[in-house]
Design a protein around this ligand. Structure first.
Ligand code: CA
Length: 231
């Protein structure tokens, strides 16, 4: 799955190495050379994950991570710090600042990719290609297919993303605004009732095997995917 990764790194050679390899792995890479530029990019659109170099000109990578964690809008961005230092107290400081993980330079591209995958699994499972199976409903992101009790179901692309997000965040109620941010992207101005339209289409697609009942409407709050629907 293509993930939007913002790489904040001032050393051109390292920035290039990371960007080329992540793009080769199918990700979309946005580059920034310092914290200020990164904040400008984040203001426009939230990335799915950020790789932040510790030593940046001006505001440090740790200070940037702290600032992102302190803001409600950017709090949820998974962050991996890149550090040339390997001292234990620096790592602790980085994790305390809110980083989800850190990678010590020099690192192999393979190691970096493994860390990215692990952080996404933990923080944004809808961004991974891991298949999800709940209550007899199986969604496979790598083949883009959905099966209800092993029979294939036909879903449109938006319904697929919606179901993927809801299945990877099951049993929780999501407001229409949250679903818009997560599935359509933040800073995308779409009316809330668009969500209702796609929920209706999603239920219709799941109807042949009766899995539409797993999508619950929570009155006054939003929607929930549940393995044990109350209705
Ligand atoms: Ca640096």
């Amino acid at each position: 799955m293509a993930v939007n990764i913002l790489v904040v790194e001032d050393e051109p050679a390292i920035q290039e190495l990371i960007a080329v390899n992540l793009e080769h792995a199918g990700h979309h890479v946005i580059r920034a050379r310092d914290a200020e530029a990164a904040l400008g990019i984040v203001r426009n659109a939230l990335p799915d994950l950020m790789l932040i170099d510790w030593m940046l000109p001006g505001m440090s990578g740790v200070a940037l991570a702290k600032q992102l964690r302190g803001d409600e809008r950017t709090r949820g961005i998974p962050i991996i710090l890149l550090t040339a230092r390997s001292e234990e107290h620096d790592k602790v400081q980085g994790l305390e600042a809110g980083a989800d993980d850190y990678v010590t330079k020099p690192f192999s591209v393979r190691e970096l990719q493994a860390r990215i995958k692990a952080v996404l699994r933990r923080r944004a499972p809808q961004m991974t290609d891991d298949p999800v199976e709940i209550g007899g409903l199986r969604l496979d992101p790598s083949t883009h297919r959905v099966f209800g009790d092993k029979s294939p179901l036909e879903l449109g692309p938006t319904e697929f993303r919606l179901l993927h997000f809801m299945m990877t965040h099951a049993e929780r109620v999501h407001s229409r605004t949250q679903l818009l941010d997560q599935v359509w992207g933040d800073h995308v101005y779409i009316e809330e009732r668009t969500v209702d339209v796609h929920i209706r289409r999603l239920r219709k697609s799941l109807e042949p095997t009766g899995h539409d009942r797993l999508i619950e409407t929570v009155r006054g709050s939003g929607y929930r995917f549940s393995a044990n629907p109350t209705a």
